[in-house]
Design a protein around this ligand. Structure first.
Ligand SMILES: NC(=O)C1=CN([C@@H]2O[C@H](COP(=O)(O)OP(=O)(O)OC[C@H]3O[C@@H](n4cnc5c(N)ncnc54)[C@H](OP(=O)(O)O)[C@@H]3O)[C@@H](O)[C@H]2O)C=CC1
Ligand SMILES: N[C@@H](CCCC(=O)C(=O)O)C(=O)O
Length: 319
């Protein structure tokens, strides 16, 4: 089956999904829905407000919108008309997002694959897998050093911010402690700094700093230095988007100690996030074709559904 794909939102993630859908053996890209016109792409661009008119032409719709405000405002609307796959990354609010997407997808008879990508996404799977192996697991997650697209999107949504990025910087000491099984006291906020670079008018600097550093879910209670820089400095120094991280799990197994670590080193955060989103898009289209409906997290999807290779070949080759 050829999966007919659509994209909503043409930012960093949307551009990477476009590139990767075109490299899949079993997908074709129908179009990109955007709130803007005049995008620099050869793919047909269609107005986002008229997306529902194209519901019959698309098997899976990749929601490449920002998590800070776009997804909470718009995702359920798309799930009523399409099988969707998103990368929603506000961890605290994922249960609420799941409930809203489940209701919308069931109303329309579709599947909504939620919170794919790498964290949430592949890291979530590895946290559950790692912890399930130990009676008393010790587990820590570290990000970076790298550019968090979700936190950068949240910074850009603050009034007055013209351009903005956020780098997540982990404590190497904390990573070493976690690897040694001494991570019990380490929290996300104690083990990371969130460094922001912003372009804005000077008159807005104080209000922007206050809005960023007190933002729930994204920044409070992290140490969050906010640096104001010129447009030229931003262009010169903040164009790359590398990232990565570790999920470290260890514990005692009745007298012996074992450790499991899942590591990502990403030259491009959006390319890798798109790779995970596209693979889960394949799974979403297959589940929908099997007659399933409702929201699914990455924990609920069998790995073979992500692969373009058939199950018999995967069992012969990889099991
Ligand atoms: N789960 C995970 O592991 C990960 C999740 N993510 C998620 O991906 C989300 C999207 O990130 P990212 O693509 O970097 O965000 P962007 O800011 O690049 O894009 C977000 C939206 O903003 C609009 N937009 C993009 N560029 C412009 C522009 N120049 N002017 C006006 N509007 C613009 C686009 O919508 P439109 O075309 O309609 O204007 C786009 O969909 C993040 O919020 C994050 O939550 C990212 C990485 C990892
Ligand atoms: N959701 C993140 C990916 C995980 C990294 C992270 O959460 C962080 O850097 O804080 C992103 O948007 O880039």
């Amino acid at each position: 089956m050829t999966i007919r794909a659509g994209i909503v939102g043409y930012g960093n993630l949307g551009r990477s999904v476009e590139k990767l859908v075109k490299l899949q053996p079993d997908m074709e890209l129908v179009g990109i829905f955007s709130r803007r016109t005049g995008l620099d792409t050869d793919t047909p661009v269609l107005p986002a407000e008229r997306a529902a008119e194209h519901a019959g032409e698309i098997d899976v719709l990749f929601l490449c919108l920002g998590s800070a405000t776009d997804i909470p405002e718009q995702a359920a609307g798309y799930a009523r008309h399409f099988t969707t796959v998103d990368t929603y990354d506000n961890h605290q609010l994922i249960p609420r997002h799941r409930a809203e997407m489940d209701a919308a997808a069931r109303e329309g008879g579709h599947v909504a694959m939620i919170s794919t990508g790498w964290d949430p996404g592949l890291f979530s799977v590895n946290r559950v897998l790692g912890a399930a192996l130990f009676p008393q697991p010790q587990q820590n997650t570290f990000w970076g050093k790298g550019l968090s697209q979700g936190h950068s999107d949240a910074v850009r949504r603050v009034p007055g911010v013209r351009r903005g990025v956020q780098y997540t910087i982990p404590s190497e000491e904390a990573i070493a402690e976690a690897r040694a099984g001494r991570g019990a006291e380490i929290t996300g906020a104690s083990a990371h700094v969130r460094e922001c670079y912003v372009v804005a008018d000077e008159a807005d600097h104080a209000a922007i700093t206050e809005a960023i550093t007190t933002m729930p879910d994204y920044f409070a209670p992290y140490e969050t230095p906010v640096h104001f820089i010129s447009e030229e400095e931003f262009e010169r120094d903040h164009q790359g988007m590398p990232h990565g991280g570790h999920v470290v799990t260890s514990g005692d197994l009745g007298g012996s100690r074992s450790a499991v670590e899942f590591v990502l080193e990403l030259e491009s955060n959006p390319d890798f996030t798109a790779a995970a989103q596209v693979a889960y898009g394949r799974a979403a289209a297959r589940l929908k074709a099997q007659g399933e409906t409702g929201a699914r997290t990455v924990l609920e999807v069998a790995p073979y559904l992500l692969s373009p290779t058939g199950l018999d070949e995967l069992i012969r080759r990889d099991v």
